[in-house]
Design a protein around this ligand. Structure first.
Ligand SMILES: Cc1ncc(COP(=O)(O)O)c(C=O)c1O
Length: 487
C-alpha cells in the first residue's frame, strides 16, 4: 500500500471550511476587545493549514496507518520484546485515585500509591528471589547503571578499592558494557563457547582479585539458557565479586526459576518486556532493580518503608547515608508500576508460568517451522527467542540478512532484529513472544520459507525489496549522516 507522505502544510490548501476560521467574523458584533481587552486581539492571520475538516481527518488517519505495531500483526523483534499490552492495565493506571495524585503530595495523602509500590515490591521479591526492589530507574539500561553503582558502593564500603574490573560475556547486550563503563569499571570480556554459552574455562582464566563482579544475561542474547549458571555465580562469589543478572529476558523464566536462587545479588527487569507495559523508549518506562540484603544500604533514596507493624502506614525514607543517591525523581514512573502490578495480579502465579511456557513454545515452534530454510548457528534448545542466519543464502546467491528482512515487509511482517548479537554473522533474531497467535506464527513461518525459496529462484526480488512501500531502500548511512527531515 502506498501512503502519502506530505506534511499537512504541503497539501493543496483548498479547504473552504478552514476559511471560515481564518475570515473575520461578521455575524456577532466584534465587541471582543471591549469585553476581554485589546491585548488579546490577534494581530496576524492564524498559521493553520487551509483545509476542510475531512481533509485534516484523512491526513491524520492515513498518517496513523503508516505505523506498524503489535496491534497490526506479528512483531518478532528479538531482544526488544514487542508483546501485546493488555488494555485493562491502562484503565487501572488511569483510575482517578492514581491519575490525580502528585509526587509532591504529603505521604499521608498518597498511602494508596505507596501501598501499591510496597505490594509490587513484595511480588517481585517473590517472583525473582530477591530481598528488595527499587522502582526509580526509567528503563533497562538505567537499571543496569543503578545496579552496577550499588555494586561499586558495596566494594567501596568494604574499602575494596582495587576491584575495578567487570566481567561481561561477548554475547551481552551493548548496554551492559556501556553501563559498567559509565560506572567507571574496566570491562573484561568472556568468550562464548561453540554452544553459545559462557566458556567457563575462559571465565576461570579471567578471574583475579581485581574483579568487582560479573554481568550475565540469562537466557543470554542468543536465546539460550546458561546451563552452568550456578557454577559461574559460585566462582565469582569465591573470588569476592558480586553477580549481576540482566533480567531483560525474564519473559522466558517467569515462575520457572529465579535469579536469586541462581546466586545473583542484583537483577534488573525490563517491565515492558516481561509485564506487558508499553515500551518506555528509554524514558518514561521502568527498569526496577532487585537486590539481596547485602546491598540494601546502597539503594537509591527514598525507600518505601512500613511505619507500623500492621502494614497500613508507609513513609518515604530519605535518611540513608550510604545510598547511591537518586537516579530519578521521586519513586520513578508510578503509572508504569501500576500497569506492572495490574499485569501480575491479572495473571497470578499460574498465569505467569503459562506466559513463560508460551513464550518459549512459540519461539521453538517458529524455529522448527523454518529450520530447513535457514542456517541455525546454535543447537541448544531455544528459549524465548532464537537466531537464524542468512549464511546459506549469502554463500550461494549473494543475499544478505538485510534483503530477507526487507522482503518480509512486503509480506506484511515486521522484520526481526538483524545483525545482533554481534558474535553471529548475518544474524536474524526472532522473538514471537507469548502473545503471538498460532495463525500469526504460521503466517510468519510461511513468509520466511517463501522468501528462502525466492532467494534461489529470483534473488533480485530480495535485493531490491521492499516493493510495496512508499520508500524502498534509503541509503541508511547517508540518512544517518545527513538527515533531511523536511522536504
Ligand atoms: C538483554 C538486554 N539487556 C538490556 C536491555 C536494555 O533495556 P532498555 O532498552 O530498556 O534500556 C535490553 C533491551 O532490550 C536487552 O535486551
Amino acid at each position: 500500500m502506498k501512503y502519502q507522505t506530505n506534511l499537512i502544510f504541503d497539501l493543496p490548501q483548498t479547504g473552504d471550511n478552514a476559511n471560515r476560521i481564518l475570515k473575520k467574523c461578521d455575524v456577532i458584533k466584534p465587541n471582543f476587545a471591549e469585553f476581554y481587552g485589546e491585548h488579546l486581539l490577534r494581530e496576524k492571520d492564524l498559521n493553520i493549514p487551509n483545509l476542510s475538516e475531512i481533509q485534516v481527518l484523512r491526513h491524520y488517519t492515513n498518517m496513523s496507518a503508516k505505523n506498524f505495531g503489535v496491534e497490526n500483526g506479528p512483531y518478532p523483534l528479538g531482544s526488544c520484546t514487542m508483546k501485546y499490552n493488555p488494555k485493562v492495565n491502562e484503565n487501572m493506571a488511569n483510575l482517578p485515585g492514581f491519575r490525580n495524585t502528585h509526587p509532591l503530595q504529603p505521604t499521608e495523602t498518597v498511602q494508596g500509591n505507596l501501598t501499591l509500590l510496597y505490594n509490587l515490591e513484595q511480588q517481585l521479591n517473590d517472583i525473582f528471589g530477591m530481598d528488595h526492589f527499587t522502582f526509580q530507574p526509567s528503563a533497562g539500561a538505567h537499571g543496569e547503571l543503578t545496579g552496577i553503582m550499588m555494586i561499586k558502593a558495596y566494594h567501596e564500603a568494604n574499602e575494596d578499592f582495587e576491584r575495578t574490573v567487570m566481567l561481561i560475556p561477548d554475547s551481552a547486550h551493548g548496554t551492559n558494557p556501556a553501563s559498567a563503563a559509565m560506572a567507571e569499571f574496566e570491562i573484561r570480556e568472556i568468550k562464548s563457547n561453540a554452544d553459545g554459552l559462557v566458556d567457563v574455562e575462559d571465565l576461570k582464566q579471567k578471574i583475579d582479585d581485581k574483579i568487582a563482579g560479573i554481568m550475565l544475561t540469562n537466557p543470554n542474547t542468543l536465546g539460550l539458557f546458561e546451563k552452568e549458571v550456578k557454577e559461574i555465580t559460585g566462582l565469582i562469589h569465591e573470588a569476592g565479586g558480586l553477580c549481576y543478572y540482566d533480567g531483560a529476558n525474564a519473559n522466558a523464566i517467569l515462575m520457572q526459576t529465579r535469579p536469586g536462587d541462581m546466586g545473583f545479588d542484583v537483577v534488573h527487569l525490563n517491565v515492558h518486556k516481561t509485564f506487558g507495559t508499553p515500551h518506555g523508549g528509554g524514558g518514561p518506562g521502568a527498569g526496577p532493580v532487585g537486590i539481596k540484603k547485602i546491598l540494601e544500604p546502597f539503594l537509591p533514596k527514598p525507600v518505601i518503608k512500613k511505619l507500623d507493624a500492621d502494614q497500613t502506614k508507609f513513609i518515604l525514607d530519605y535518611d540513608r547515608p550510604q545510598s547511591i543517591g537518586k537516579v530519578r525523581a521521586f519513586t520513578g514512573s508510578f503509572s508504569v508500576c501500576v500497569k506492572t502490578y495490574a499485569y501480575i495480579l491479572a495473571y497470578g502465579k499460574q498465569g505467569l508460568a503459562e506466559v513463560s511456557e508460551a513464550a518459549v513454545a512459540n519461539a521453538r515452534y517458529l524455529l522448527e517451522r523454518v529450520r530447513d530454510s535457514y542456517h541455525v548457528p546454535y543447537q541448544e534448545p531455544a528459549m524465548h527467542e532464537f537466531i537464524i542466519t542468512a549464511a546459506w543464502q549469502k554463500e550461494k546467491y549473494g543475499i544478505i540478512t538485510t534483503d530477507i528482512a526487507k522482503r518480509l515487509i512486503d509480506y506484511g511482517y515486521h522484520p526481526p532484529t538483524v545483525y545482533f548479537p554481534l558474535i553471529v554473522q548475518e544474524a536474524m533474531m526472532f522473538e514471537p513472544t507469548d502473545t503471538e497467535t498460532l495463525e500469526g506464527l504460521e503466517g510468519l513461518a510461511d513468509a520466511l520459507n517463501a522468501i528462502a525459496k525466492e532467494a534461489t529462484e529470483n534473488p533480485d526480488l530480495l535485493k531490491n525489496a521492499p516493493h510495496n512501500m512508499s520508500i524502498t531502500r534509503p541509503d541508511e548511512t547517508k540518512a544517518a549522516r545527513n538527515p533531511i527531515l523536511k522536504v
